[in-house]
Design a protein around this ligand. Structure first.
Ligand SMILES: *Cc1c(COP(=O)(O)O)cnc(C)c1O
Length: 393
Protein backbone atom coordinates (compact mmCIF):
# COMPACT_ATOMS: atom_id res chain seq x y z
CA UNK A 1 0.00 0.00 0.00
CA UNK A 2 1.22 3.50 -0.66
CA UNK A 3 1.26 6.22 1.99
CA UNK A 4 -2.15 7.63 1.11
CA UNK A 5 -3.83 4.23 1.28
CA UNK A 6 -2.09 3.36 4.56
CA UNK A 7 -3.03 6.73 6.05
CA UNK A 8 -6.65 6.38 5.02
CA UNK A 9 -6.83 2.87 6.42
CA UNK A 10 -4.94 3.30 9.72
CA UNK A 11 -4.80 6.99 10.71
CA UNK A 12 -7.90 8.59 12.21
CA UNK A 13 -9.34 11.14 9.79
CA UNK A 14 -8.90 14.33 11.85
CA UNK A 15 -7.09 16.23 9.09
CA UNK A 16 -8.27 17.24 5.62
CA UNK A 17 -4.82 16.61 4.20
CA UNK A 18 -3.61 18.20 0.98
CA UNK A 19 -2.72 15.62 -1.62
CA UNK A 20 1.05 15.76 -1.28
CA UNK A 21 3.69 13.73 0.53
CA UNK A 22 7.00 15.46 1.27
CA UNK A 23 10.07 13.31 1.45
CA UNK A 24 12.94 15.75 1.97
CA UNK A 25 13.84 19.37 2.46
CA UNK A 26 16.71 21.81 2.73
CA UNK A 27 16.16 25.21 4.37
CA UNK A 28 13.03 26.57 2.57
CA UNK A 29 13.08 23.95 -0.20
CA UNK A 30 10.97 20.80 -0.25
CA UNK A 31 10.76 17.73 -2.46
CA UNK A 32 7.67 15.50 -2.69
CA UNK A 33 7.36 11.79 -3.39
CA UNK A 34 7.18 12.47 -7.16
CA UNK A 35 10.40 14.47 -7.11
CA UNK A 36 8.54 17.75 -7.56
CA UNK A 37 10.18 20.78 -5.92
CA UNK A 38 8.56 23.45 -3.76
CA UNK A 39 9.40 26.59 -1.81
CA UNK A 40 8.11 26.40 1.77
CA UNK A 41 6.40 29.54 3.07
CA UNK A 42 4.86 27.54 5.97
CA UNK A 43 7.84 26.05 7.86
CA UNK A 44 5.47 23.29 9.01
CA UNK A 45 3.20 25.90 10.66
CA UNK A 46 5.96 28.01 12.16
CA UNK A 47 7.96 25.07 13.49
CA UNK A 48 10.99 24.67 11.24
CA UNK A 49 12.27 28.09 12.23
CA UNK A 50 15.87 27.33 11.22
CA UNK A 51 14.92 25.57 7.98
CA UNK A 52 14.55 21.95 6.95
CA UNK A 53 17.44 19.57 7.60
CA UNK A 54 19.42 22.21 9.48
CA UNK A 55 22.93 20.82 9.72
CA UNK A 56 23.78 22.36 13.10
CA UNK A 57 20.60 21.10 14.74
CA UNK A 58 20.94 17.66 13.16
CA UNK A 59 24.54 17.28 14.20
CA UNK A 60 23.80 18.43 17.77
CA UNK A 61 20.92 15.94 17.99
CA UNK A 62 22.92 13.05 16.52
CA UNK A 63 25.81 13.70 18.89
CA UNK A 64 23.43 13.77 21.85
CA UNK A 65 21.55 10.64 20.76
CA UNK A 66 24.76 8.67 20.51
CA UNK A 67 25.16 9.26 24.27
CA UNK A 68 21.67 9.21 25.79
CA UNK A 69 18.14 10.09 24.62
CA UNK A 70 15.90 9.88 27.65
CA UNK A 71 16.06 9.19 31.38
CA UNK A 72 12.96 11.09 32.69
CA UNK A 73 12.60 14.13 34.89
CA UNK A 74 13.45 12.16 38.01
CA UNK A 75 17.08 13.07 37.30
CA UNK A 76 19.04 16.11 36.14
CA UNK A 77 19.27 16.65 32.38
CA UNK A 78 22.05 19.03 31.33
CA UNK A 79 20.51 20.14 28.00
CA UNK A 80 17.22 20.96 29.79
CA UNK A 81 18.94 23.19 32.34
CA UNK A 82 20.89 24.84 29.50
CA UNK A 83 17.80 25.30 27.33
CA UNK A 84 16.02 26.97 30.27
CA UNK A 85 18.97 29.34 30.72
CA UNK A 86 19.05 30.20 27.01
CA UNK A 87 15.30 30.79 26.84
CA UNK A 88 15.22 32.95 29.97
CA UNK A 89 18.26 34.97 28.89
CA UNK A 90 16.91 35.47 25.36
CA UNK A 91 13.61 36.72 26.80
CA UNK A 92 15.28 39.27 29.07
CA UNK A 93 12.79 38.40 31.84
CA UNK A 94 13.49 37.15 35.35
CA UNK A 95 11.69 33.84 34.92
CA UNK A 96 11.99 30.05 35.21
CA UNK A 97 10.84 27.34 32.78
CA UNK A 98 8.87 24.12 32.77
CA UNK A 99 9.18 21.83 29.75
CA UNK A 100 6.40 19.88 28.06
CA UNK A 101 5.93 18.65 24.53
CA UNK A 102 3.50 20.94 22.72
CA UNK A 103 1.80 24.28 22.69
CA UNK A 104 -1.41 22.98 24.21
CA UNK A 105 0.56 21.37 27.00
CA UNK A 106 2.47 24.59 27.63
CA UNK A 107 -0.86 26.42 27.91
CA UNK A 108 -2.20 23.74 30.28
CA UNK A 109 0.82 24.48 32.46
CA UNK A 110 0.15 28.20 32.29
CA UNK A 111 -3.49 27.68 33.27
CA UNK A 112 -2.48 25.45 36.19
CA UNK A 113 -0.05 28.10 37.47
CA UNK A 114 -2.74 30.79 37.16
CA UNK A 115 -5.34 28.62 38.91
CA UNK A 116 -3.01 27.77 41.78
CA UNK A 117 -2.01 31.41 42.09
CA UNK A 118 -5.70 32.34 42.19
CA UNK A 119 -6.38 29.76 44.84
CA UNK A 120 -3.67 30.92 47.20
CA UNK A 121 -3.49 34.62 46.62
CA UNK A 122 -6.31 36.77 48.01
CA UNK A 123 -9.31 36.07 50.24
CA UNK A 124 -11.57 34.28 47.79
CA UNK A 125 -10.72 31.55 45.33
CA UNK A 126 -10.05 33.06 41.92
CA UNK A 127 -10.31 30.78 38.90
CA UNK A 128 -11.69 32.73 35.93
CA UNK A 129 -9.48 33.19 32.92
CA UNK A 130 -10.42 35.67 30.22
CA UNK A 131 -9.38 34.86 26.66
CA UNK A 132 -10.19 36.52 23.35
CA UNK A 133 -12.60 35.79 20.52
CA UNK A 134 -10.81 34.23 17.54
CA UNK A 135 -8.00 33.04 19.81
CA UNK A 136 -6.40 29.63 19.54
CA UNK A 137 -4.81 27.92 22.52
CA UNK A 138 -4.78 24.21 21.67
CA UNK A 139 -6.71 20.97 21.33
CA UNK A 140 -6.82 19.45 24.81
CA UNK A 141 -10.18 19.65 26.59
CA UNK A 142 -9.04 22.65 28.65
CA UNK A 143 -7.26 24.54 25.89
CA UNK A 144 -10.14 23.92 23.48
CA UNK A 145 -12.36 25.62 26.05
CA UNK A 146 -9.78 28.41 26.48
CA UNK A 147 -9.96 28.93 22.71
CA UNK A 148 -12.47 31.67 21.92
CA UNK A 149 -14.04 30.09 18.86
CA UNK A 150 -17.53 28.69 19.41
CA UNK A 151 -17.11 26.25 16.52
CA UNK A 152 -14.52 24.40 18.59
CA UNK A 153 -16.91 23.82 21.51
CA UNK A 154 -19.47 21.75 19.61
CA UNK A 155 -18.62 18.41 21.19
CA UNK A 156 -16.44 17.07 23.98
CA UNK A 157 -18.20 18.69 26.95
CA UNK A 158 -18.56 19.06 29.84
CA UNK A 159 -15.58 21.37 29.74
CA UNK A 160 -13.65 22.84 32.68
CA UNK A 161 -15.46 25.95 33.96
CA UNK A 162 -14.13 29.45 34.21
CA UNK A 163 -13.27 30.59 30.70
CA UNK A 164 -14.79 33.88 29.59
CA UNK A 165 -14.31 35.40 26.13
CA UNK A 166 -13.74 39.07 25.44
CA UNK A 167 -14.49 40.46 21.97
CA UNK A 168 -11.21 42.36 22.08
CA UNK A 169 -8.58 43.74 24.46
CA UNK A 170 -10.63 46.84 25.17
CA UNK A 171 -13.53 44.71 26.42
CA UNK A 172 -11.41 42.74 28.91
CA UNK A 173 -11.72 45.31 31.69
CA UNK A 174 -15.52 45.06 31.78
CA UNK A 175 -15.28 41.28 32.27
CA UNK A 176 -12.87 41.30 35.22
CA UNK A 177 -14.44 40.34 38.54
CA UNK A 178 -13.43 39.07 42.00
CA UNK A 179 -13.02 35.57 40.60
CA UNK A 180 -10.66 36.48 37.76
CA UNK A 181 -7.14 35.10 38.16
CA UNK A 182 -5.73 35.67 34.68
CA UNK A 183 -6.11 37.01 31.16
CA UNK A 184 -4.59 34.95 28.36
CA UNK A 185 -3.87 36.49 24.95
CA UNK A 186 -1.87 36.03 21.76
CA UNK A 187 -0.14 39.28 20.75
CA UNK A 188 -0.58 38.32 17.12
CA UNK A 189 -3.47 35.90 16.74
CA UNK A 190 -2.14 33.17 14.47
CA UNK A 191 -4.87 30.67 13.67
CA UNK A 192 -7.43 33.45 14.16
CA UNK A 193 -6.14 35.32 11.07
CA UNK A 194 -2.66 36.82 11.69
CA UNK A 195 -4.21 39.62 13.71
CA UNK A 196 -1.78 41.79 15.71
CA UNK A 197 -3.06 43.50 18.85
CA UNK A 198 -2.63 47.22 19.33
CA UNK A 199 0.54 47.95 21.32
CA UNK A 200 -0.90 50.76 23.49
CA UNK A 201 -3.97 48.68 24.32
CA UNK A 202 -1.82 45.74 25.37
CA UNK A 203 0.40 47.99 27.49
CA UNK A 204 -2.57 49.51 29.28
CA UNK A 205 -4.06 46.05 29.82
CA UNK A 206 -0.74 45.03 31.41
CA UNK A 207 -0.91 48.03 33.79
CA UNK A 208 -4.56 47.41 34.63
CA UNK A 209 -3.95 43.73 35.44
CA UNK A 210 -0.89 44.53 37.57
CA UNK A 211 -2.96 47.00 39.59
CA UNK A 212 -5.57 44.31 40.23
CA UNK A 213 -3.10 41.47 40.90
CA UNK A 214 -4.49 39.54 37.92
CA UNK A 215 -2.00 37.58 35.84
CA UNK A 216 -1.22 38.26 32.20
CA UNK A 217 -0.52 35.06 30.25
CA UNK A 218 0.87 35.55 26.76
CA UNK A 219 0.54 32.55 24.44
CA UNK A 220 3.67 32.85 22.29
CA UNK A 221 3.41 29.35 20.86
CA UNK A 222 3.34 30.82 17.35
CA UNK A 223 4.86 34.29 17.90
CA UNK A 224 7.85 33.12 19.97
CA UNK A 225 11.39 32.15 18.93
CA UNK A 226 12.04 35.34 16.91
CA UNK A 227 9.01 34.93 14.61
CA UNK A 228 8.02 38.59 15.10
CA UNK A 229 11.57 39.98 15.09
CA UNK A 230 12.50 39.71 18.77
CA UNK A 231 12.80 36.51 20.82
CA UNK A 232 9.24 37.09 22.06
CA UNK A 233 6.44 39.23 20.71
CA UNK A 234 6.20 40.41 24.34
CA UNK A 235 9.61 42.03 23.76
CA UNK A 236 8.24 43.74 20.63
CA UNK A 237 5.24 44.97 22.63
CA UNK A 238 7.55 46.01 25.50
CA UNK A 239 5.55 44.28 28.21
CA UNK A 240 6.47 41.87 30.99
CA UNK A 241 3.86 39.11 31.17
CA UNK A 242 3.51 36.94 34.28
CA UNK A 243 3.48 33.75 32.22
CA UNK A 244 4.66 33.07 28.67
CA UNK A 245 4.14 29.87 26.68
CA UNK A 246 6.29 28.68 23.79
CA UNK A 247 6.40 25.67 21.50
CA UNK A 248 6.35 25.58 17.67
CA UNK A 249 9.56 27.33 16.57
CA UNK A 250 11.64 26.54 19.66
CA UNK A 251 12.57 22.96 18.76
CA UNK A 252 13.06 23.45 15.02
CA UNK A 253 10.85 20.41 14.39
CA UNK A 254 11.49 18.38 17.53
CA UNK A 255 8.38 18.50 19.77
CA UNK A 256 8.82 20.78 22.78
CA UNK A 257 6.63 23.09 24.82
CA UNK A 258 7.71 25.62 27.42
CA UNK A 259 5.87 27.53 30.08
CA UNK A 260 7.96 30.27 31.64
CA UNK A 261 7.01 32.53 34.53
CA UNK A 262 8.30 35.03 37.03
CA UNK A 263 6.08 33.32 39.62
CA UNK A 264 8.84 30.99 40.68
CA UNK A 265 7.20 29.65 43.80
CA UNK A 266 3.66 28.78 42.72
CA UNK A 267 4.50 25.28 41.50
CA UNK A 268 6.11 23.04 44.10
CA UNK A 269 7.09 19.36 44.05
CA UNK A 270 4.36 17.24 42.55
CA UNK A 271 2.22 20.08 41.15
CA UNK A 272 3.11 19.39 37.54
CA UNK A 273 5.14 16.97 35.48
CA UNK A 274 5.82 15.39 32.14
CA UNK A 275 7.44 12.11 31.16
CA UNK A 276 9.06 13.37 27.98
CA UNK A 277 9.24 17.12 28.60
CA UNK A 278 12.69 18.63 28.10
CA UNK A 279 14.44 15.28 27.57
CA UNK A 280 17.91 15.03 26.05
CA UNK A 281 16.55 15.02 22.49
CA UNK A 282 14.16 17.97 22.55
CA UNK A 283 16.23 20.12 24.90
CA UNK A 284 19.37 19.63 22.78
CA UNK A 285 17.42 20.68 19.70
CA UNK A 286 16.07 23.75 21.51
CA UNK A 287 19.56 24.78 22.69
CA UNK A 288 20.92 24.64 19.14
CA UNK A 289 17.88 26.39 17.60
CA UNK A 290 18.10 29.24 20.10
CA UNK A 291 21.86 29.59 19.55
CA UNK A 292 21.39 29.72 15.77
CA UNK A 293 18.56 32.21 15.93
CA UNK A 294 20.14 34.48 18.52
CA UNK A 295 23.33 34.67 16.42
CA UNK A 296 21.15 35.31 13.36
CA UNK A 297 19.36 38.11 15.21
CA UNK A 298 22.59 39.67 16.55
CA UNK A 299 24.24 39.70 13.12
CA UNK A 300 21.35 41.72 11.71
CA UNK A 301 20.53 39.01 9.17
CA UNK A 302 17.13 38.22 10.67
CA UNK A 303 16.05 41.80 10.11
CA UNK A 304 17.47 41.87 6.58
CA UNK A 305 15.56 38.68 5.72
CA UNK A 306 12.38 40.00 7.30
CA UNK A 307 12.58 43.28 5.37
CA UNK A 308 13.30 41.45 2.11
CA UNK A 309 10.43 39.01 2.64
CA UNK A 310 8.00 41.80 3.54
CA UNK A 311 9.01 43.86 0.50
CA UNK A 312 8.43 40.88 -1.78
CA UNK A 313 5.07 40.24 -0.11
CA UNK A 314 4.10 43.91 -0.39
CA UNK A 315 4.95 43.86 -4.10
CA UNK A 316 2.90 40.68 -4.61
CA UNK A 317 0.03 42.27 -2.67
CA UNK A 318 0.07 45.55 -4.62
CA UNK A 319 0.09 43.65 -7.92
CA UNK A 320 -2.92 41.56 -6.90
CA UNK A 321 -5.31 44.01 -5.25
CA UNK A 322 -8.15 42.41 -7.15
CA UNK A 323 -7.73 39.41 -4.79
CA UNK A 324 -6.40 40.88 -1.56
CA UNK A 325 -7.72 43.65 0.70
CA UNK A 326 -4.82 44.17 3.12
CA UNK A 327 -1.43 42.97 4.29
CA UNK A 328 -1.24 42.05 7.99
CA UNK A 329 1.24 40.71 10.52
CA UNK A 330 4.55 41.45 12.21
CA UNK A 331 8.05 40.29 11.27
CA UNK A 332 7.97 36.92 9.52
CA UNK A 333 4.40 36.20 10.66
CA UNK A 334 2.47 37.68 7.74
CA UNK A 335 -0.85 37.42 6.02
CA UNK A 336 -2.88 38.77 3.15
CA UNK A 337 -6.62 39.18 3.65
CA UNK A 338 -8.41 37.60 0.72
CA UNK A 339 -11.49 39.31 -0.71
CA UNK A 340 -13.66 36.25 -0.43
CA UNK A 341 -13.17 32.98 1.41
CA UNK A 342 -13.76 30.73 -1.63
CA UNK A 343 -10.84 32.32 -3.45
CA UNK A 344 -8.52 31.53 -0.53
CA UNK A 345 -8.84 27.77 -1.00
CA UNK A 346 -8.23 28.13 -4.71
CA UNK A 347 -5.08 30.20 -4.16
CA UNK A 348 -3.63 27.65 -1.73
CA UNK A 349 -4.41 24.78 -4.13
CA UNK A 350 -2.97 26.58 -7.14
CA UNK A 351 0.11 27.61 -5.13
CA UNK A 352 0.77 23.96 -4.28
CA UNK A 353 0.39 22.96 -7.93
CA UNK A 354 2.84 25.72 -8.88
CA UNK A 355 5.44 24.71 -6.32
CA UNK A 356 4.96 26.97 -3.29
CA UNK A 357 3.39 26.03 0.04
CA UNK A 358 1.27 28.63 1.87
CA UNK A 359 -1.21 28.45 4.76
CA UNK A 360 -4.71 29.49 5.62
CA UNK A 361 -5.61 31.39 8.81
CA UNK A 362 -9.08 32.27 10.04
CA UNK A 363 -11.69 32.37 7.29
CA UNK A 364 -10.05 34.67 4.79
CA UNK A 365 -6.34 35.07 5.43
CA UNK A 366 -3.51 33.70 3.32
CA UNK A 367 -0.78 33.09 5.88
CA UNK A 368 3.00 33.15 5.46
CA UNK A 369 5.31 31.62 8.08
CA UNK A 370 8.54 30.99 6.15
CA UNK A 371 11.61 29.55 7.85
CA UNK A 372 13.36 32.52 9.47
CA UNK A 373 16.53 31.47 7.63
CA UNK A 374 14.91 31.60 4.18
CA UNK A 375 17.31 33.00 1.55
CA UNK A 376 16.66 35.81 -0.95
CA UNK A 377 16.76 33.29 -3.81
CA UNK A 378 14.15 31.14 -2.06
CA UNK A 379 11.94 34.16 -1.41
CA UNK A 380 12.18 35.28 -5.06
CA UNK A 381 11.45 31.79 -6.31
CA UNK A 382 8.49 31.42 -3.97
CA UNK A 383 6.85 34.65 -5.13
CA UNK A 384 7.54 33.80 -8.78
CA UNK A 385 5.63 30.56 -8.22
CA UNK A 386 2.86 32.42 -6.38
CA UNK A 387 2.47 34.81 -9.31
CA UNK A 388 2.25 31.84 -11.65
CA UNK A 389 -0.32 30.30 -9.33
CA UNK A 390 -2.48 33.43 -9.46
CA UNK A 391 -2.27 33.79 -13.25
CA UNK A 392 -3.19 30.15 -13.79
CA UNK A 393 -6.34 30.39 -11.63
C1 LIG B 1 -0.28 26.01 17.47
C2 LIG B 1 -0.74 26.80 18.64
C3 LIG B 1 -1.12 26.16 19.85
C4 LIG B 1 -1.19 24.68 19.98
O1 LIG B 1 0.05 24.07 19.87
P1 LIG B 1 0.16 22.47 19.73
O2 LIG B 1 1.64 22.22 19.73
O3 LIG B 1 -0.51 22.09 18.47
O4 LIG B 1 -0.51 21.88 20.92
C5 LIG B 1 -1.46 26.98 20.91
N1 LIG B 1 -1.45 28.32 20.82
C6 LIG B 1 -1.09 28.95 19.68
C7 LIG B 1 -1.07 30.44 19.64
C8 LIG B 1 -0.74 28.21 18.55
O5 LIG B 1 -0.40 28.84 17.42
Amino acid sequence: MDTVELDKKYVLPTYARADVEFVSGKNARLVDSNGKKYIDFTSGIGVVSVGHANERVNSAICKQLSNITHMSNLYYTAPQALAAQKIVEASGYDMMCFFGNSGAEANEGAIKIARKFGERDGEIKRYKIITLQHSFHGRTITTVKATGQESMHNYFGPFPDGFVYADNIAQVESLLDDHTCAVMIELVQGEGGVQPQNKEEVQSLEKLLKSKNILLIVDEVQTGAYRTGEFLASNVYEITPDIVTLAKGVGGGVPIGVVMTGLKEVFTYGDHGSTFGGNFLSATAACEVIDILSEYKKSGDLEITSIFFNQALEKFYSENKNLFTSKVGIGMMCGLRVKDADTLGKIIQSAKENGVMVLKAGKNTLRFLPPLTITKEEIDEGFKSLNRAISSM
